[in-house]
Write a protein that binds this ligand. Sequence first.
Ligand code: FE2
Length: 328
Amino acid sequence: MVKILGIESTAHTFGIGIFDSFTNKILANTKSFYKPLKEGIVPKKAADFHIQNASKTILEALQQANLTIRDIDYLAYSAGPGMGPCLQIGAIVSEFLARKYDKKIIPVNHPHAHVEITKYETGFFDPLILYVSGGNTQILIEKEKLKFIVMGETLDIGLGNLFDMFARALGKEFGHGSVVAALAQKGKNFYEMPYTVKGMNFSFSGLYTYATKMIGKVPEEDLCYSLLEVAFDELCEATERALMLTRKKQIIVCGGVAQNKELIKKLALMASEHEAEAKTCQDQYNADNGAMIAVCASKLLEYKIEPEQVFYDQKWRIDQLDKYYKIK
Ligand code: FE2
């Protein structure tokens, strides 16, 4: 019977999740969210926020699960990719708790955690994966155990970053993609914008530049609606190509931007034309969270991956899990 406490701290969120691998249940998922105003995330400020909220968030999770720290068997943390000062907090907090209470530590790759919790929630076991978050936008498959292949990815900025940057370009106090998504829902007219797909790769910076030049010329609701439509269509085209190539019947969409219902609708429609299905998980597990770190750590234990060292790596890609794990 193994209980894992997962710590997420790659960017905005300091999240704690508790997973019981014996009952296969998430027992707790709590978080503190750093909300920068009139600026992007300043890593040092986010890290200060995380350390100030760490013990409160951990205690809330333990309370939710009706456990004490002594009932926990493993501490897992997000080891990358992410912002250096933020990653450091997760690593330090888990090492402190592990040493103080004599527990083992499992470093987890953040995108891998998004994939695993979405597989856990959807029940899809061999999916084509569309990973859409702030800094990352990738089409992936898991070719064999823990060996992910990137079929396609953004050639410049991540999809979430596109939306965050555009919210700031519009002068919004909270420069977050959710603000753009809310405005897009009120949009009525579509405006053509640059559309860049190269095979299974795609690009968003031309779209961003064009859309920012349109600010003030057309209603911002229509601008946001058009921006989202074009960006999501790019993803659909690239994902469709990967689906036809891999002949998979399951697609999962995961990461922060997967909370957008329009994206899921488009992908589900495209999938249905190929007798496939596209699914995602609950919003609370698509946003960065600690539960996904704990669920992913349980998968690593199942594969007998138990790294000894504590580290963090700002650029640790999902297709480089073997950089830190001994994969047989
Ligand atoms: Fe994420």
